[in-house]
Each structure stands twice: as structure tokens, then as C-alpha cells.
Design a protein around this ligand. Structure first.
Ligand code: WT7
Length: 652
């Protein structure tokens, strides 16, 4: 999104919400920063602790902050047992709808029983506290069940999005050192079965730490079961018995709950590690503050549990709050382009937490699709994953929200554990500005710096940073504390670097302006350009590759790859197709480049650095500009020629 086009002064007053001046929100925010110890000691009471925290924050070894240091709890206890013991025993925890329209429901009690049975299976297979459980499942109820069962016995889950390739799965499983993998035979996509277990089998040829594989039967397609290694989920549960009970393992608040891999600026994905106590408190309060779900609400967060949004807002936050969450396996436009609206009407969904890419896609399909349905159950809307452009925001607000509903635009990251900047309907909602995530949450000491680490003036773009620790923050990177320090706190000591650009308007609203680093957001998915480049150069035909993001009306941005062939290879349509296939098998379909541009040379400085500014100019169709002033003393003629060649290739 370009800064110049932001409607800083466009304001909306969703009529279904009470709109305030912002004083109350500001007061809570100031209180949380002035006195974090007291503030969080009070908030922590929402969670059941086996042993309360002697100290709210141990900051003796920054940036390795320990929230609720010394406290003990179990996340599965907080999301299940305490509801089952209370009034919510028979309340629905999940309503799940599969791709083919089948519906399954789980009360808190049913979920509790199944989680216990799977926890028993894990125990019988020898999974112990601290062991990693890798998970490669589509969005079926067994996915949250697996996470909760892992948490129950003190295991650490490492979920890999089921759209990732065998190779990507292998890397992540290997890095996590998982002992167990939970997967499925397949999943459904547009009504057709897609292989999952096949990928898992290929991955496990490389990832050798896995001893046992638990396989959920989802599609019934033919698969190989490896004797001695693979067990069917149903059979394992049957063996565990129908009334298995496993004592929830008391965990230190700082013990890891999960690892989730995400892309950064190097080829190797980062194993973001989240703790137990701080993370849970953050999950609970952020959902309550932002969406304020009630006991009567049916809440739907559309994210796949393979990503952080699904972890926090499809599992830990809704279940710790004891609300009813809706889960959907699949495709938004199958069997028809009104799938979402149809489900919202049929299930009476009250809260819809979606994405800008989905909104833009529905915009393209046309408003006749939502207009076929009664959407009056909706009372609040949300969005996440990438900046929402004002046009998409207005469509969402008008066509779906009927100009009544607030849009909770939540800015956050895998690393932050939960929302960081968002309108807070549970504290005080201020007038909405389309495209602005509004203000930081309590405890979020956000600021915008220039490249020297000085706060920028109002209206000036800079780097978004967070100046104090908050409970949901990542605790480290898995097996790589040095990289954790470097990546997030290396730029300015004790200041968390987000990697995003932002600007603040004259009313203090925050506007997120996209990534400041070599990370793309493709349909909201986070993809490192370096990851794509390494995947490309691992193909025998490619000697060099440079990947950049190009603006896209639906997906926000899409990757475009510029590649140089090794001698002996000729550019051809077949080769391009093969390269696309290669990306799909080394990373996954989400990373599919929009175009592969084969060139003779990449624009580089004498020291061999790719000049990304030139690539950007090629992509946006801008003139190359004055290259003579480039500080890198590359040959001007050379760069001009390369630019011209690339431009012709891309726009031919
Ligand atoms: C990056 C984090 C956090 C949930 C899903 C993505 C971008 C996320 C917004 C938003 C503008 C956003 C940022 C951020 N982003 N939400 N509401 N407005 N940008 O998690 O994959 O870790 O990606 O997504 O660039 O750094 P993630």
C-alpha cells in the first residue's frame, strides 16, 4: 500500500458498536505500561494456575524474558478441564464443517474425552515432557485434538501446514527433532481427495527422528502403512480405551508449548518458539479485548491451524475463553462462490475473522453471492495477514457488514503470539479508518523508528518496533538463541524489530505499510524471497535467481522470479513449467511464482550484490531512473541493458 493513497481522515462509525473518544482505551494502555506487574498479575487471574506466579516478569536476562516466571499450569487443563468441571461441560467447543459439507460437533466434554484418549496414546508410544510432536494435518477436528493432547502431556507441537511439500515438511520435522508425526491419509480440496500421507512418507525418508506415525482416516484413499511405524488414529484410540484419563502435566510458564516455522530473510525457516503461561494469557486477553466474544457467539476464524492465526485464534484463545468456535476444512469457493455466506447463514455465525485476500476475491466474485444469504447473525468482522486496502475494507464494511459492523483489523505476527495493533471492541472502540489497524493493545509499546533508531514524526514512514516485552512474545528461536537475538533485537538493543513499515497519522492511528525486508506476503502467506531463490538454484538448469514481490489485485503480492540459466539450457515454456513444478515440490503451491523471467544476467553491483531497486523498477514498470548516482559502482551500461532485457521479457 502506498503511503500517499492512505485516507488518513476517512472515518466510519459502525452503528452496531458503541464508539468512544479513545480515552478509556488510552487509559488502560497507559496503565499496562506504567505498571505491568500489577496489570498482568490481575489479568493472569483469568487462567487456572497449579502454582501462581511468584513474579510477573523476570527480565534479568533480556531479550530472554520470562513471563510469570516460576508459575505452573497446563494449557489443556485451561482449555478443557476447567470448563468440563464448570457450567460449560455440554457447551459446544467446535462446530466443524468439511469440504464436502459434512458437519461434526464437539462439546467441551467430548473434546476433553478425546484429547485424553490421544494423550494416553502418546504416553503409550513413549512421548515425554519436552518431546516434539510434528503435525501435518488438514483442518479436521483431530488437528486441535492433537495440539491439546500434546500440551496435556507436556509435549511440544510443531505443526506444518498441510499445503507444504514433502521437502518442506522434512526440513521442519528434522529441525524440530520430532519423535512422532500425526498426519492423515489425505484431505479434500475442491471435492477431490489430495494426498497427505504420501508426502509424509517421502518426508520421513529424510526426517529420520520420527519413530511413530499416527494416521487419521479422512478420505479413505489407498495409502501405504509402514509396519511397525504407522498406526491408525482410530485404532490407537480404541486401544487407549473410551474413558482414558491422563493427568495434565504441570508446566513451567516458560516451558515451550509449540514451535512454528516461519519465513525470514534467510533460506532457512525460523522455528518460532512460544512459551506456555505468557502465551496463554496473551491469547485469552487479546481475543477478549479485540472481538469480545460472548458465551452465545459462534466465532469463526478462517485461518488454517497450520499458521499462527489458527494456533492462537482457532485453538488456544477461543477454548481458554470457553466459547464456541467454527472450523472449516477448505476452499472458500467450493462448491460455489457463496460457500462462506452459506455457512454463515446455516450455522448462524456471529463473528467472522477473515483476510484481505479473501475479501478481494469475494469482491471479484460480486456481491450477488453474499446478497443471496441472510447474514444478519454477524455482529463483528475481522481481518488479518496483510494490509487491507481501503477499497477492500469498504466492500467488507458495506456489503458484508451493512455499514453497521466494526472491522477488527489485527496487525500481528507469528512471533508476537497474538494481536498487537487492533481496534478493541472489548475495551473501547474508536471511529474506524479503512486500512488502519488503529492503536496498539495494552502492553504493546509500539513506536516507529527511522533507520537511526529515532522516532519518526507524524506522517513519516518508518520501521515499526516494540519497546517493551509483552506476554505473548516468542521466547526464542528453536535451538538458535543467537539468531533470535540477532533477528529481533540485533538492530536496536532491547527493541523488538518487526520487519514492517508503518506510519502514524495526526490522530495517532497506526497504518501498516508492508514488509521492510525480503519477506513477501502472498495471499497473506509469509514467504522469504531467499527461500524461493534457494529453491530455484537447486534446480540443475538455474545458475542464479532473484525473486521479488509484484502487486496483485487479489493476493496483495505475488512472487516474480528472474533467473539466469546454466550454460547448455535454453529458455522454453516447458522449462518454465518445470521450474514452477520444482517450486511446488520443494516448498509448496503457496509459493508458486506468478512469472518466471529468464534473463541473460541479473543487475548487480561490482561486489556481486543484486540491485533490487532495479528489479523493483522492472516490476512496477517504472523507468530505471538515474543510475549514474548509484553508490555501487556497477557498469551503468550493463545495468541499463539488463533492465531493458528484463522489462521486455516480463512485459512481452
Ligand atoms: C506479517 C506477519 C499474524 C497473523 C498472520 C500472519 C503482515 C499481518 C497484518 C495487518 C498489515 C499485516 C505483516 C506482519 N500482517 N497482519 N492486519 N495489517 N499487515 O502472520 O505469517 O507471521 O506474518 O504479516 O507484514 O509482519 P505471519
Amino acid at each position: 500500500m502506498s503511503e500517499a493513497s492512505l485516507p488518513f481522515n476517512d472515518k466510519f462509525y459502525p452503528s452496531a458498536e458503541k464508539i468512544g473518544s479513545g480515552d478509556k482505551r488510552k487509559q488502560v494502555w497507559e496503565e499496562s505500561l506504567k505498571n505491568p506487574q500489577e496489570f498482568w498479575a490481575e489479568k493472569a487471574k483469568a487462567i487456572d494456575w497449579f502454582k501462581p506466579a511468584p513474579k510477573v516478569l523476570d527480565d534479568s536476562n533480556p531479550p530472554f524474558y520470562k513471563w510469570f516466571a516460576g508459575a505452573e499450569l497446563n494449557v489443556s487443563y485451561n482449555t478443557l478441564d476447567r470448563h468440563v468441571k464448570g457450567a460449560k461441560k455440554n457447551k459446544l467447543a467446535y462446530i466443524w464443517e468439511g469440504e464436502m459439507g459434512e458437519v461434526r460437533t464437539y462439546t467441551y466434554y467430548q473434546l476433553y474425552r478425546e484429547v485424553n484418549r490421544l494423550a494416553k496414546v502418546f504416553q503409550d508410544l513413549g512421548v515425554k515432557k519436552g518431546d516434539r510432536v510434528a503435525v501435518y494435518l488438514p483442518v479436521i477436528p483431530e488437528l486441535p485434538i492433537t495440539l491439546l493432547a500434546t500440551a496435556r502431556i507436556g509435549g511440544v507441537h510443531a505443526v506444518v501446514f498441510s499445503g507444504f511439500s514433502a521437502e518442506a515438511l522434512a526440513d521442519r520435522v528434522n529441525d524440530s527433532g520430532a519423535k512422532i508425526l500425526v498426519t492423515a491419509d489425505g484431505s479434500f480440496r475442491r471435492g477431490k481427495p489430495v494426498a497427505i500421507k504420501d508426502n509424509a512418507d517421502r518426508a520421513l525418508k529424510i526426517a529420520t527422528t520420527v519413530e511413530k506415525v499416527i494416521v487419521v482416516k479422512r478420505t479413505g484413499q489407498a495409502i501405504q502403512m509402514q509396519e511397525g511405524r504407522d498406526v491408525w488414529y482410530d485404532q490407537a484410540l480404541a486401544k487407549a480405551g473410551s474413558s482414558a484419563y491422563v493427568e495434565p502435566e504441570p508446566m513451567q510458564a516458560s516451558d515451550p508449548l509449540f514451535i512454528l516455522y516461519t519465513s525470514g530473510t534467510t533460506g532457512k525457516p525460523k522455528g518460532v518458539q512460544h512459551g506456555t503461561g505468557g502465551y496463554l494469557v496473551w491469547a485469552y486477553w487479546t481475543l477478549k479485548w479485540a472481538f469480545n466474544p460472548t458465551d452465545e457467539d459462534i466465532y469463526w476464524c478462517v485461518a488454517d491451524i497450520g499458521w499462527i492465526t489458527g494456533h492462537t485464534y482457532n485453538v488456544y484463545a477461543p477454548l481458554s475463553l470457553g466459547i464456541t468456535a467454527f472450523l472449516f476444512e477448505g476452499t472458500p469457493d467450493y462448491p460455489a462462490q457463496d460457500r462462506w455466506w452459506d455457512m454463515i447463514e446455516r450455522h448462524g455465525i456471529n463473528i467472522l475473522y477473515g483476510t484481505p485476500t479473501a475479501v478481494r476475491m469475494f469482491m471479484k466474485f460480486g456481491e450477488q453471492w453474499p446478497n443471496k444469504h441472510n447474514l444478519s447473525s454477524l455482529r463483528i468482522l475481522g481481518t488479518v495477514g496483510e494490509p487491507i486496502n481501503p477499497e477492500a475494507w469498504k466492500w467488507y464494511y458495506t456489503v458484508i457488514g451493512k455499514e453497521k459492523l466494526a472491522i477488527i483489523d489485527t496487525w500481528w505476527q507469528t512471533e508476537t503470539g497474538g494481536f498487537m495493533i487492533a481496534p478493541l471492541s472489548g475495551i473501547e472502540l474508536t471511529p474506524q479508518k479503512p486500512g488502519s489497524a488503529t492503536f496498539p493493545l495494552p502492553a504493546v509499546n509500539a513506536d516507529i523508528y527511522d533507520d537511526k533508531g529515532q522516532p519518526v514524526p507524524t506522517g513519516t514512514k518508518g520501521f515499526l518496533v516494540v519497546k517493551s516485552p509483552w506476554p505473548g512474545m516468542l521466547t526464542t528461536l528453536w535451538k538458535d538463541p543467537e539468531r533470535f537475538k540477532q533477528t529481533y533485537f540485533g538492530r536496536w538493543p532491547n527493541i523488538y524489530y518487526t520487519g514492517d513499515y508503518a506510519v502514524r497519522d495526526n490522530e495517532g492511528y497506526f497504518w501498516l505499510l508492508g514488509r521492510a525486508d525480503e519477506v513477501l506476503k502472498v495471499a497473506g502467506h509469509r514467504i522469504g524471497t531467499v527461500e524461493l531463490e534457494s529453491a530455484l538454484v537447486s534446480h540443475p538448469a538455474i545458475s542464479e535467481a532473484a525473486v521479488m514481490g509484484k502487486e496483485d489485485v487479489v493476493k496483495g503480492e505475488v512472487p516474480v522470479a528472474f533467473v539466469v540459466l546454466r550454460s547448455g539450457f535454453q529458455p522454453s515454456e516447458d522449462l518454465r513449467k518445470e521450474l514452477v513444478k520444482h517450486i511446488r515440490t520443494t516448498i509448496g503451491p503457496i509459493a508458486t511464482p506468478d512469472a518466471i523471467v529468464i534473463v541473460n544476467k541479473l543487475p548487480k553491483t561490482r561486489s556481486g550484490k543484486i540491485m533490487r531497486r532495479i528489479l523493483k523498477a522492472v516490476l512496477v514498470g517504472a523507468p530505471i531512473g538515474d543510475v549514474s548516482t548509484l553508490e555501487d559502482d556497477a557498469s551503468v551500461e550493463d545495468i541499463k541493458n539488463t533492465y531493458e532485457e528484463m522489462r521486455k521479457q516480463l512485459h512481452k
